[in-house]
Design a protein around this ligand. Sequence first.
Ligand SMILES: [Zn+2]
Length: 385
Amino acid sequence: MRRIFLLVAVVLVSVLGITFAAHSAEAAFSDRAKEMAKITGVRIGKTDGNVRIVIDSDRPVSYQQSVLANPTRIVVDVQNAWIAPEAKKNTAVDSPFVSGVRVAQFDATTVRIVVETSVGKGDYKVFSLDSGKPRIVMDFGGSPAGNVTKPPRDTEPAVIPSLPSEADEDEEEEEEQDARAKDQIDRDLDAITGLKGRKITIDPGHGGSDSGAIGPTGIMEKSVTLRVSRELKRLLEAEGATVILTRTGDTEVSEKGASATSVEELQARCDVANKAKADIFLSIHADAFTNREVKGTTAYYYTQGTKQSKRLADCVRTALIDSIGTIDRGTQTCNFYVVKHTDMPAILVEISFISNPDEEKMMNSAEGVKKIAQGIADGIADYFG
Ligand SMILES: [Zn+2]
């Protein structure tokens, strides 16, 4: 009897010990990811044949640069960082100085940017700007933007948005006041539910030839985003909203199908919202990371987006986390194409991590999909008040 009791005690202690160790390991991984910088985007601009590459991150980063020969490649390793799945990974550049840019998670804590170039040592420059939005800037060509200490605001190529001038801000404020007044009138007319009469475009991320991220058991991001979007449409329409999905099946949105470039495909999604003159735009995605322990929900809006976009991101993130109980990874700014090229308040939601076995399972279950859609719908209702 005593022996059995002892055995039970030993087993119990071991199980508890292992469970405890697993939990602390998971907590440690999540904490570590929280302390890492997220590379949110890579932008490439050309002026007078010169090429500027801007790497955006959510916090200041340190990096090491090196040069590889045959062909010449400039390598920048960003330390203690990870790359957003939505960031563009490979870009061909049509320029005499740079032929391509590749970005990848090199190891667990390093994001590597490789620039294929033909320029010599004196003809390129790499520097970081930590004031305002942190970024690493790489200039290639005849006259790289001057000195490192001065933010190259005046020399920024047209394709890369410069900081808004004061006049723009005033205009934006006026527009926002108008929008607020209009919102108030709408609310007075429609005090029963804030969703009634709203036009909402939902973009199920990826689709067709682009599966998006793939979970440990093979669940594809494109299927999760479509299922969630369909359920979300149902819930919002029940509240009197008009909902337009950018895609309703496992297809590309662009008429060119699988042969569309990534920009054409993303622009097609923006076109759906812009042509419909939707009140808001939401792109639905699932996150992924090399470390399978990492979990959580993130909402994104465009770096130079409006206060309404930020508020929409906050409302949706908060309500979604209330519904599915994941880790809060905050509202972040980004340069993702779909939130930048849409005319209305626009956000991109990373529901949770499809690379994490638990979150993959949750996102692939009928109950999980319902909870996710309900959370997002609640957030949208909060936004419209
Ligand atoms: Zn995605």
